[in-house]
Design a protein around this ligand. Structure first.
Ligand SMILES: [Zn+2]
Length: 245
């Protein structure tokens, strides 16, 4: 059992080292993700604007065609108006012509408005493109930097990961789940030891009875305050002595 408890502490030490390696990357991974997101955001913005410009072109063309048809109708109606005899028909034709002319005017205004909008959208795209280009440049630089750091520590990381996998395989699933859960909740530290009769993780005093139990090293204990796996100082000392990468 003592050996089994030791593996939990060994797992913690390996994770500490892996965390350190991760920390040596600084904010590079986060800032790379951020730049990627910004690029994606702008690219989809450009795509939306391109689509909008296309829709505008279709609408303008449709208005043009519609206006041409109405002009033909107006011409026809004007010719018809010369030959009608009744006032009623004459008025009806006049009304038709007025209505058609109004519609043409409205569509022409709409096209003018759409034309301006299309220009503005194209200008937006023009502004966004160099921004994206700069971001790609920055991204490439940061990715290069990251790759360099990772390359330098690649061997060490691989060694740690292999050792970690071997240690993890020795730990029972429920214990591993506790370890992983507490590690996540407690900033990476799932295992604590006894320091001045207190939990080294949260500094709460451990009751004398519990101290005795923990030092028996015959089962897994957790701190009743912070939930960390509590192991005897003797085990941590022994593991630390053996632990070398
Ligand atoms: Zn604690």
């Amino acid at each position: 059992m003592k050996k089994y408890i030791s593996t939990l502490y060994e797992l913690q030490l390996l994770d500490d080292q892996l965390d350190e390696l991760q920390a040596s990357l600084g904010d590079l991974p986060a800032s790379i993700n951020h730049i990627k997101e910004e690029i994606r955001f702008r690219e989809s913005g450009i795509e939306e604007r391109r689509q909008e410009i296309q829709d505008i072109e279709v609408k303008i063309e449709k208005n043009h065609e519609e206006a041409e048809k109405l002009k033909e109708t107006i011409n026809k109606s004007q010719k018809e108006r010369f030959s009608v005899r009744s006032n009623k028909v004459y008025d009806a034709l006049s009304k038709q012509i007025d209505h058609a002319e109004d519609t043409i005017k409205k569509m022409s205004l709409e096209n003018e408005h759409l034309g301006h909008k299309s220009v503005t959208l194209a200008e937006d795209i023009e502004l966004m493109q160099p921004e994206i280009k700069d971001m790609h440049k920055e991204l490439a630089e940061k990715e290069g930097e990251l790759a360099e750091i990772q390359k330098a520590s690649e061997k060490e990381r691989k060694k740690l990961e292999e050792r970690r996998a071997a240690v993890e395989a020795q730990i029972k699933k429920p214990d591993l789940n506790v370890y992983l859960r507490v590690r996540k909740a407690r900033a990476g530290k799932a295992v604590a030891t006894i320091k001045r009769e207190s939990c080294s993780g949260c500094h709460s005093v451990i009751r004398p009875n519990n101290l005795l139990e923990i030092r028996k090293e015959d089962k897994i204990h957790t701190c009743e305050y912070c939930g960390r796996i509590l192991i005897s100082d003797r085990i941590t000392e022994e593991v630390e002595k053996e632990f070398s990468i």
